[in-house]
Ligand binder design. Sequence first.
Ligand SMILES: [Zn+2]
Length: 384
Amino acid sequence: MTLAPLRGRGLWTPGLWSLDSGFWTLENHLYSYVSYRLVYGRGSNRPTIATRWIGFTLGLAAIVVPAFGRAQSPVQREAGFYRFKLGAFEIVTLNDCTIPYPTSTIVGLAPAQIDSGLAEWSLASPVGMTYSAFLVNTGTMVVLIDAGTGGKMSDNPGFHGCDQMLINMRRAGYDPARVDEIYISHIGPDHVGGLTTGTERTFPNAIVRAADDEIGEYIDSARARAAIDRASDRKAEQEWFDFQRSLFEPYRRAGRVRTFTGDVDLVPGVRALATHGHSPGHTSYIVASRGDTLIMTGDLLHWAAVQFAHPEASTVFDSDQQAAATQRKRVLEIAAKHGYWIAGSHLPFPGIGHVKSANGRYYWLPLVRPLRGRDSRLRALRAR
Ligand SMILES: [Zn+2]
């Protein structure tokens, strides 16, 4: 396995390029073993979100830690922010970081299918995975969809330096105090970690909204107790609940957390779309202005190079892999049929594009690509 296709993209420091295929094979085995024991290990018949994340972070540490003597950080910091006009709204992609991911996180596909997806994009494992949040300025409201890691994962060497979302928000001209509403796709640490800075609200004037199926347990102590009691590893579950509670509690105390159920309108132009599967209450958000529509898909897609060709493929992070695949196919179908934009937390920066359906599969048409001759943005550029 060669790393050459990623060379020169600023993702890795030069020391890592000397790693040979033997190391990556070892890493894949380590990852699989650690994840397997933690997710499916001794007596556990209910793989929890907590154990999945512990498995993943340990697995990622197994990738990065051995290389640390030669490489300070694999995190890409320079991606920044990207401004995009959707009708009368301004959408801003706010990058948190980009880190290397092994393809061993993909499930449900043969290795040859994964390799052919990567080859189509001239990639090889590991692939740089983007972490982004999205800001929507409707003209009257500033809405943030997900809140980044907030540096809460930086104790894991694989995520060291993954804390750029807030910096990029300020660079884009938005102070955190200007955020009116925060919509959570799900409770992954990379999506909710940034809610707090220390023990304080990062966004002091914001209302936080999320599906009841997703955060209800973390803001209601009786439901939390029942969920912890049900878990096979109560200690890990308790730690997970304590972490989640620490993020939501400052907002709850201030009366600034609201939950919803199903598909509901939130503010004019933004609507929740239940896409449960990646997590029990995973939610996408439909943003629409003056005939333009964008669906923010959260974690429906992790592997652009593979999952547009094979939307049936899920990942080890999907708590219900079947449901996640069903929702992924459903949203891709809607977007392709109606010509909607989609945005994804882990799609290649700036994470916005169109979807095309052809040859029994989907294709990703990223926003940043040559403009069509009749595109209004091209006319605007020529008129300058
Ligand atoms: Zn995520």
